[in-house]
Write a protein that binds this ligand. Structure first.
Ligand code: ZN
Ligand code: ZN
Length: 390
């Protein structure tokens, strides 16, 4: 651990400069060219081969450093999109700092034990979930493990997140004067209303943990015109992608039934990318957490399980994955992400110190994965077991 801390201390000025540059030049999802170039330049300087625009996503990149011998492939995941009007209020500049710092510091272990270290940079976590495009293109398939860390108002260990499927139901009917010729009309809004009724009836027969929440996106133009078009959007979420598939089929049948009984037609699509559930890898997370405690992070870190969803969930179905949380606010838990108070924390002394400690823990965990086949096998076995859970 001492050696890793020294390596990271030497790297610290360059990491801090990069995180600060991203803070000063925040970019929204899919426009993060500057952030990608900064990371690519730093990684190339340290001998990584960088491919930009992977999976046909302009601001996605993969950086690789290969050892002389074959061995496990360890990936650190970078995010770097900012929020409209708020800059880096989710601290994704720090996520890049952790990923690039960890990858560079893991090179020594790659030289010693063999294998590869990658940084996989994906854009637009806040909007359409850039990692999903990379998942579809198979970018994470070669990895044996993926690790990342997100800043927050407190320390937290990697937890599970829900799978999500965004469903849009468009109903098509026929307009008519609602008072003079109602018998000529087919009311698309009735399709939407029946859909909500059917989904509400369905809830009784789903697991308690399922979340289905929706809105009417379009309900008609005027009260005296039978709506010829209506649209509803729903998010369906469940603890596992496997169970969510069953739920989504039932929700879709609600839409089809609503169309049948109202005489409308329905078109059902995904209006955003679906994410798989985050299967947090406890084997890797416990190891990383033990290193955090060894470096003085107060014991009793809470596990951050969430009924929310993130695109890292889809990565976690491709290889053992952790998503840890570190305190960027100097212990002030009143400062939350997605508020104007957060961006200054990402370049603060206390935030930086926490980022470097978190980075060291992820490097040491990566080193263990490269050097200890039993540890890697345990992480892999847990991943394979969880993949089958419904
Ligand atoms: Zn966010
Ligand atoms: Zn975030």
């Amino acid at each position: 651990m001492e050696k890793i801390r020294e390596r990271l201390d030497a790297l610290r000025p360059e990491i801090v400069a990069m995180v600060k540059d991203m803070h000063d030049h925040p970019e929204l999802g899919h426009q993060e060219f500057h952030a990608m170039e900064l990371q690519a330049a730093l990684l190339e300087k340290y001998g990584f081969t960088v491919e930009k625009g992977v999976a046909d996503v302009k601001t996605a990149y993969i950086a690789k450093y290969k050892g002389a011998k074959d061995g496990p492939k360890i990936g650190y995941l970078a995010e770097y999109d900012a929020l409209p009007g708020l800059g880096h209020a989710c601290g994704h500049n720090m996520i890049s700092g952790v990923a690039c710092g960890a990858a560079i510091a893991l090179k020594d272990a790659v030289d010693q034990y063999g294998g590869e270290v990658w940084v996989v940079g994906a854009p637009a976590e806040e909007t359409d979930g850039g990692k999903v495009y990379l998942v579809k293109a198979g970018c994470y398939d070669p990895l044996d493990a993926a690790l990342m860390a997100h800043p927050a108002e407190c320390w937290g260990t990697s937890g599970n997140m829900y799978a999500i499927e965004p469903l849009q139901f468009e109903f098509f009917g026929k307009s008519a004067h609602a008072a003079a010729f109602p018998e000529d009309g087919i009311n698309a809004l009735d399709g939407v209303l029946q859909l909500f009724t059917a989904v509400n009836a369905l809830r009784e027969h789903l697991r308690d943990s399922v979340r289905i929440h929706g809105i009417v996106k379009h309900g008609g133009e005027a009260a005296n015109i039978v709506p010829e078009y209506a649209c509803a959007q729903f998010y369906a979420r469940a603890e596992s992608t496997n169970y969510l598939r069953e739920v989504v089929e039932k929700v879709k049948r609600c839409g089809e039934g609503a169309a049948a009984c109202t005489g409308t037609t329905v078109k059902i699509t995904n209006f955003e990318n679906p994410y798989d559930n985050m299967m947090s890898n406890d084997t890797m997370s416990d190891r990383a957490t033990s290193y955090l405690y060894a470096m003085g992070v107060p014991k009793g870190m809470k596990r951050v399980d969430s009924s929310g969803s993130s695109d890292v969930g889809s990565v976690s179905q491709k290889c053992p994955t952790i998503h840890s949380w570190f305190c960027a606010t100097d212990g002030d838990d009143s400062i939350k992400v997605h508020t104007p108070d957060f961006p200054p924390c990402t370049i603060s002394e206390a935030g930086t110190e926490a980022m470097m400690i978190q980075t060291a823990a992820l490097v040491k965990t990566g080193e263990d994965l490269l050097s200890d086949p039993e540890f890697l096998a345990a992480a892999t076995a847990e991943y394979e077991r969880k993949l089958k859970e419904v």
